[in-house]
Design a protein around this ligand. Structure first.
Ligand code: OAD
Length: 249
């Protein structure tokens, strides 16, 4: 097995020669900011049942309970700061001719680190969506004064503007992500367990189309099957080294 150093070097060669770069991030990129991941020890799904909190049925049953959980997470996110990995993702965007970040994270840390060319595939914890008129609106106050928050247009109750289990992805966002990833020179996958099938499908389709997939994750995942380079380390340590080496080439 290649050492970590060799893996970073190999990935840096690919990144240095890339004109079109995509990043696919998951909860692992925010774990060094103190935001819990979903799976694994200490993960959110260890203490909570997704069926009770992150499905349309859960929201119809008890919207206040669902909102209390999201508001608690909004509080964690508000206290957290972007880490070195978020900062490097934003730096890569500024340096390469063509770039897209596709994130599964709803925490807003990529945006706060300066990322702009970004698709939030699972939505954002910082927006509400009216259940009556579908209007989307920013929710910046933490904690929220009323649960559920009310739509500023029609006064209807809002839900978090996120994708829940059992819901479809926005087809336009999916299509745009897929097209960009497939035509990229390099896809950097950072901190995802690959337990949600659509993001894995996006990465695998890109690999099939010739995109070089670099996977940064301390643990093996379904992405490992088709990654050209596997870097088994933490994003906050790996990404700064990787980018520095790519820039030096
Ligand atoms: P998971 O919690 O499933 O996986 C987090 C991954 O990050 C794991 O593979 C960890 O090994 C890895 N990891 C942990 N710390 C890391 C670090 N410092 N650097 C790099 N990697 C690290 O999170 P996701 O894959 O993002 O969806 O989960 C996908 C979706 O499942 C989430 O968006 C959420 C969840 O249910 C919904 O709520 C709809």
């Amino acid at each position: 097995m290649a050492s970590m150093d060799e893996a970073i070097e190999k990935a840096a060669v690919h990144l240095a020669g890339a004109a079109r770069v995509a990043v696919l991030s998951g909860a692992g990129i925010s774990s060094e900011s103190g935001i819990p991941t979903f799976r694994g020890a200490g993960g959110l799904w260890e203490q909570h049942r997704a069926e009770d909190l992150a499905t349309p049925a859960a929201f119809s049953r008890d919207p206040e309970l669902v909102w209390r959980w999201y508001d608690w997470r909004r509080g964690l996110c508000a206290k957290a700061n972007p880490n070195a990995a978020h900062v490097i993702v934003a730096a890569i965007e500024k340096a390469v001719p063509e770039f897209l970040l596709v994130t599964q994270n709803v925490d807003g840390l990529h945006r706060r680190a300066g990322s702009a060319a970004m698709i939030e595939l699972h939505g954002s914890i910082w927006r509400g969506r009216c259940t009556a008129c579908a209007h989307r609106f920013d929710l910046t106050v933490v904690p929220l004064p009323t649960l559920p928050p009310l739509c500023p247009l029609c006064g209807g109750p809002a839900r978090p503007d996120v994708v829940w289990f059992g819901e479809s992805y926005d087809p336009l966002l999916l299509d745009n992500s897929q097209r960009f990833l497939k035509e990229s020179d390099v896809l950097l996958v950072v901190g995802t367990s690959g337990m949600v099938s659509v993001p894995v499908y996006l990465a695998e389709a890109a690999a099939g189309a010739g995109t070089v997939v670099i996977n940064v994750n301390p643990e093996a995942s379904p992405i490992s099957r088709f990654a050209a380079v596997e870097i088994p380390g933490r994003a906050g340590a790996v990404l700064p080294q990787l980018w520095q080496r790519a820039c030096e080439r």
